[in-house]
Design a protein. Structure first.
Length: 144
């Protein structure tokens, strides 16, 4: 990459910056995604979709929340491979006559640990953490 391209990417906020390579003999251990903490009386139920979630289970769960309280907004969220399934759920509810669907895209950060292969290091003093960005699709479903 030329010096001019490098300088221009430093000026643009949000430009793709590559992470440093991991050391030889180390591996990346992914942590689970951080989910927002729900209050005791949650007004907006959130359904997290994974790539293994059955489609109709997500639909029935969302419909149950909608029927329980007619003014509620159900949020369905999916990241990575689950974005396609989340989009299919949004399309299914959009084809229903009684639902309003809003789709938002987001980028969320998650933490990964770089673990070295040293067996004698019991406390992981040399381990470091990295912040990784993931695409997220957020679908808000409400009744008309």
């Amino acid at each position: 990459m030329s010096q001019q391209e490098n300088a221009s990417s430093e000026l643009v906020p949000g430009a793709n910056n590559k992470m440093a390579p991991i050391p030889q003999g180390a591996r990346i251990q992914k942590r689970p995604l951080t989910r927002r903490q729900l209050p005791a009386s949650s007004k907006t139920p959130v359904i997290y979709v994974s790539s293994n979630s059955p489609f109709m289970s997500v639909v029935k769960r969302a419909r149950k929340f909608l029927d329980k309280d007619l003014r509620t907004v159900v949020t369905v969220m999916g990241t990575g491979k689950a974005i396609e399934k989340t989009l299919n759920v949004a399309s299914w509810f959009q084809q229903q006559g009684d639902c309003v669907v809003e789709i938002k895209t987001r980028t969320i950060g998650t933490v990964d640990d770089v673990v070295t292969g040293d067996a004698d290091d019991a406390f992981g003093a040399d381990n470091e953490s990295r912040l990784r960005k993931l695409n997220c699709l957020e679908v808000a479903i409400s009744l008309k």
